[in-house]
Design a protein around this ligand. Sequence first.
Ligand SMILES: NC(=O)C1=CN([C@@H]2O[C@H](COP(=O)(O)OP(=O)(O)OC[C@H]3O[C@@H](n4cnc5c(N)ncnc54)[C@H](O)[C@@H]3O)[C@@H](O)[C@H]2O)C=CC1
Ligand SMILES: O=C(O)[C@H]1O[C@H](OP(=O)(O)OP(=O)(O)OC[C@H]2O[C@@H](n3ccc(=O)[nH]c3=O)[C@H](O)[C@@H]2O)[C@H](O)[C@@H](O)[C@@H]1O
Length: 470
Amino acid sequence: MKIKNICCLGAGYVGGPTMSVIALKCPEIKVTVVDLNESRIAAWNDENLDNLPVYEPRLAEVVGEARGRNLFFSTDVDNAIDAADMIFIAVNTPTKTYGEGKGMAADLKFVELCARQIARIAKNDKIIVEKSTLPVRTAETLQTILDSTGNGVKFEVLSNPEFLAEGTAIEDLFNADRVLIGGQQTPEGKEAIQSLVDIYAHWLKPEQILTTNVWSSELSKLTANSFLAQRISSINALSALCEVTEANVDEVANAIGTDSRIGPKFLKASVGFGGSCFQKDILNLVYLCRFFNLPEVADYWEQVIILNDYQKYRFAKKIISSLFNTVSDKKITFLGWAFKKDTNDTRESAAIYVAEHLIEDGAQIHVYDPKVPEAKIKADMRYLWELKGFTEQKIEAKLNQIYVYSDPKEALDQAHAVAVLTEWDEFKTYDWENIYIKMYKPAFVFDGRNILDAEKLTNIGFRVKGIGKG
Ligand SMILES: NC(=O)C1=CN([C@@H]2O[C@H](COP(=O)(O)OP(=O)(O)OC[C@H]3O[C@@H](n4cnc5c(N)ncnc54)[C@H](O)[C@@H]3O)[C@@H](O)[C@H]2O)C=CC1
Ligand SMILES: O=C(O)[C@H]1O[C@H](OP(=O)(O)OP(=O)(O)OC[C@H]2O[C@@H](n3ccc(=O)[nH]c3=O)[C@H](O)[C@@H]2O)[C@H](O)[C@@H](O)[C@@H]1O
């Protein structure tokens, strides 16, 4: 089937960039991205491209070219579903916060609602594409819901997980290592797979487009994220050993990364990985393994999360113990709040958890992040404390321990310590001599990303503590 009209449910970090690139590369296909969130859609339609709801290098350029031509953002979900031959589901699939599987399983209620809405609206045959990250065998559930309307419409469900990383989304989409398309191995399933292959073939080579059965595709996405996160937890585990043995974790990473069997990527020790997906997807994998009665496999993967929590806690503890065992009423400046550089996304950012530990010890947290506004930072902390069941009064009191700045100089002025939580490039270019003069002494720098020149800072007079350095 030659696709002429695509609809995508969910205009978030995945739906927005992926559909913008498809629209850019396939000018003959009309692409409509819909969302229930009106303000998000309004931001996607904002004339000023600096106001797009997702910050990604080069995204504004892509949207600027395709929007209004064959790329549209709308809240009219029903009409977009009706008109489409192919519907991508790119809605959120967070960890469940209630009931069966709470804290572990993926919450599929948004995906299920999409399937029900499609089943209700569709009048002609459609291809449904799972773009959201889903537990293996979700396609079966979707197919059951879609097929139970009895209106004779035929649906083919494909799995097409997304591998882009935030901060490099456009680059990743333009030059994907691979795209993965899973479908039923029936003649109709194979035809649907080919329709999606044809779309990606507008800009990717045939060898970059992998096709599999639907279950392998679903499981490959969870597996890829688990392997990536496992590498970070592995190097972070060793960073703790480096700190007590005077080995240097960056040197160790380089030494092992030059072995072509290991490879150099994803070996950067840090304050801990964040982002909306690694933790959620591993928890989901662990839940699935327990569900299928594989406790040893579940325990193995769960350790990746346990180690990551330990790393964030260890960083906060090091700040407290270095500052003479208390940070009560001390000004601790956080450089960065986003979970990595070049994104405004803060979901599961290590900064949130480090801040929580320090606030618990009485610290005043002063934050500067070039892309994250005050409202977002406070909302992140509020969400965490609400989940813990804190009273409104307690939450308000804790929020008063957080100060957010749009000028890094003000954030750093008269601080007792600086903690680098995100690896934004601009932090490396600051006038550290001047910052030192204006800080309380001894002036501490805790580099949770190992991006600053520790030798230079030490020569200025700072007490510098990186990750995995003795
Ligand atoms: N953020 C990332 O870098 C990546 C995310 N993923 C996966 O993609 C999925 C989406 O992730 P994000 O884009 O980050 O989430 P997001 O939260 O940024 O966006 C999801 C959007 O879906 C909308 N939505 C929910 N229900 C809807 C419905 N019934 N109809 C229309 N819109 C609806 C929400 O309002 C929200 O704007 C998740 O499953 C995630 O695991 C996969 C690869 C990368
Ligand atoms: O499913 C998803 O959501 C996506 O998850 C990750 O992408 P993302 O979370 O956007 O960003 P990463 O570059 O993977 O970084 C994740 C976290 O790990 C940290 N990290 C990364 C690499 C490293 O060596 N060390 C390290 O601490 C980053 O700072 C960040 O906090 C994967 O890299 C994507 O392939 C996947 O599509």
